[in-house]
Design a protein around this ligand. Structure first.
Ligand code: ADP
Length: 449
């Protein structure tokens, strides 16, 4: 294999694969490297959905939505600290990204609700199966079809530049080959975040010291150092998101779609305490305020049937069930009488269409069918909003706000898209849209260099 190409992509998550496929389709030769033995990064674990507005899939279901509404929700969710021009790109290209994946064979026909969204816009495979694994599979198959040179167990170490400051390649370390240079006109960093690196996390946000994480082992943030050593500016590193619902047993991340499809949250006293569909930062803070710093997701068989992922949680043994709420309370040491009352009151809100207690915006179904389930949950570190600074073309910038020629960034390694808090469903949207853009722009750049 040659070690000279037009574009090197670092990282095999959704951003890296989108970049590799798109760079190839814009005429570039591509090498994609991944430091872990397995492809897919955290993207592969994403279960919620891919947010997009004004899609054919929404129209087919009679869902009214708009790019403006997705823009407003994203800014509000990020506490208005997002970079507006990046949110503009995210939202206005979201439909195009869904179409791009669909044309490559993806099924994104199921559309559900995630926290902080004012419409159902979270796209996922029919039956609600994990969106991340599906998207990665589709992108991987397409990369294979295009004969993209993929190298696992290969870590990106240092960006090579010429004396004018233009990127010329990347120093990598292969597990068997050791250190070697890949010469390239452009490098795309798609190395993901650092939620699994608790030292780095706790330095930036001491409240999160010792927290467990939902992330895969590769989410350590060394790509941020690679970029920093090449002169990249950083933004928003202090904003680190806890996912509100990790199962206390085993630390399994329970997707927000469980709440979106109708589960409620109660505390050990059997009472609801929050609008379950609020943003992740607020839901996490509310759970940490309850007895034992945990809460219970409560749902019935109608919710279970609406989302195939739930059977996985049941299979893993983290969602015990009983045929009555009283029994469920006894098993899980929740006040069963209060729980029964809370569910009955919630069901009356479903009927009237209005949550008089917490203003929950979506009330998809009453909880009164078959068995009841309880998953005890607590927050864990999930997503790092900050990272390298990019412009709206996915070019990485230095501290003087100048582009570093030939260096691109996409996905969780970048900052600015999500402000202080990322909405569920916006990560897949981010990595596909900015990955595609980085791939296209890097390919065009390499033609001129
Ligand atoms: P995104 O969602 O932004 O695509 P992911 O976390 O899904 O990010 O994927 C990032 C991938 O990059 C992970 O598989 C991770 O192991 C890999 N990675 C991180 N740092 C490096 C590095 N220095 N060299 C090669 N791969 C890396």
């Amino acid at each position: 294999p040659r070690d000279t190409v037009d574009v090197v992509v670092v990282g095999s998550g959704g951003a890296g694969f989108s970049a590799a496929v798109s760079a190839h389709d814009h005429g570039a030769s591509v090498i994609l490297i991944e430091k872990e033995p397995l492809i897919g990064g955290n993207a592969k674990l994403a279960a919620g959905g891919m947010n997009a507005a004004w899609t054919d899939q929404q129209k087919a279901k009679g869902i009214k939505d708009s790019v403006e509404s997705m823009y407003k929700d994203t800014m509000k969710g990020g506490r208005d600290l997002n970079e507006p021009e990046l949110v503009e790109v995210l939202t206005s290209h979201s439909k195009g990204s869904v179409d791009w994946l669909t044309a490559m064979g993806a099924d994104l026909n199921d559309v559900g609700r995630m926290g902080g969204a004012s419409a159902n816009r979270s796209h996922r495979p029919t039956g609600g199966a994990g969106v991340g694994a599906h998207v990665i599979q589709v992108l991987y198959d397409n990369a294979v079809k295009r004969d993209v040179d993929m190298r696992m167990n290969t870590r990106g170490i240092e960006i090579l530049k010429d004396d004018k400051g233009n990127v010329k390649g990347l120093l990598v370390k292969g597990m068997y080959k050791g250190y070697y240079w890949i010469k390239a006109d452009a490098v795309i960093l798609a190395t993901g975040g650092f939620a699994k690196n608790n030292d780095r996390v706790a330095k930036l946000d001491p409240k999160l010291k010792g927290f467990i994480s939902t992330n895969q082992p590769g989410a350590t943030g060394d790509g941020i150092d690679v970029a920093g050593n090449a002169g990249a500016a950083m933004t928003d590193l202090q904003y680190i998101q806890a996912h509100p619902t990790l199962s206390v047993k085993g630390g399994v991340m329970v997707t927000e779609a469980v709440r979106g499809n109708g589960a409620i949250l109660v505390n050990r006293e059997g009472k609801r305490f929050v609008n379950e569909i609020t943003t992740r930062d607020k839901a996490s803070a509310a759970i940490l305020n309850q007895t034992g710093k945990s809460a219970f997701l409560i749902f019935d068989d109608s919710v279970r049937k609406s989302l195939s992922k739930i059977d996985k949680y049941i299979g893993l043994g983290v969602a015990p069930s009983a045929d009555s709420l009283i029994k469920l309370g006894e098993m899980e040491e929740i006040d069963g009488k209060a729980l029964t009352e809370a569910v009955a009151r919630y069901n009356s809100f479903v009927k009237s269409g209005k949550d008089a207690d917490f203003g929950r915006p979506n009330l998809p179904r009453a909880l009164n069918e078959g068995n009841y389930y309880a998953i005890e949950v607590t927050p864990g570190v999930h997503h790092t909003m900050g990272g390298v600074k990019i412009d709206s073309k996915a070019e990485i910038m230095n501290a003087k706000q100048q582009v570093i020629p030939g260096l691109y960034g996409a996905g969780e390694v970048t900052g600015g898209v999500h402000g202080a808090n990322r909405l569920g469903g916006n990560a897949i949207s981010d990595i596909v849209t900015f990955g595609r853009m980085a791939g296209e722009n890097a390919a065009e750049y390499s033609k001129k260099n």
